[in-house]
Design a protein around this ligand. Sequence first.
Ligand code: SF4
Length: 277
Amino acid sequence: MLNFDIYDALDKEPDEEWISRLAERIAKVIATRIGEFKRSKELRLSMIGRCKRYIWYHAKGYEPEPLHPAVRLKFLFGDIIEQLLIGLIELSGHEVTDCQKEVELNGIKGHIDCLIDGQLYDIKSVSSRSFEKFVRGLLHRDDPFGYYAQLAAYAEALGMEPAGWIIMDKQLGHVAVVEAKYEYLPNAKEIVNELKQIVQQDDPPERPYEPVPEGKSGNMKLPTECSYCAYKWHCWADANNGFGPRVFLYSKGPVFLVKVVKEPNVKEITQQCKNGV
Ligand code: SF4
């Protein structure tokens, strides 16, 4: 099994060539993530499974929420983990090819992570909670980043069937190989065509999510998908009678309230969140 091979690779003696190749790839991802952070308005295959309203804001050039440096570091750390995994897969004796190969589906471009022994896998570094969801086969029920659609798009672009994901729990170091279930793979060409129409529209599509209660106070908050979204300030600008979301720092982390019936007894950090500090 590939995941046990990855663990076994930790006991192998890497040669100079392997070390240089890994160092070069890691240096490349670090160089890409450090420096001025630019977001492109371009639609990419990696995004096609996301909220359609998110795609509309993205394509129309709306200013996304500034990323806190800690979030940028987290993304960089995730990229490094993914390169490390690819390196360990190579070291374990599997053939890794087509790293970062550009693919295209109905005019929309993307880059695959790699093929492993000729099979299409996407490599992901994930939280412990997300790892659990992957290994229990529940991704199709809660897939806010659209991993199934992303994999389907790469597979359709390459004209092959996808194998699945190789994931690592970035908190605990657990690795798993998760098979993509064919019944949950969407038709990526249809999604791409629909998105191309959506981004031509003057108005965004309807919000697909509803606010959820925050405890029993009557206060309502953004659902998880929206609280992580870079366009939430635009999307929920009508919340709180036109003020927009208000952010309160609870011990469990920030909560984005869209209706405040009872003022929370914790610090409000709305402005800091809007400024990304
Ligand atoms: S805030 Fe929620 S509904 Fe709005 S674009 Fe983001 S994910 Fe979609």
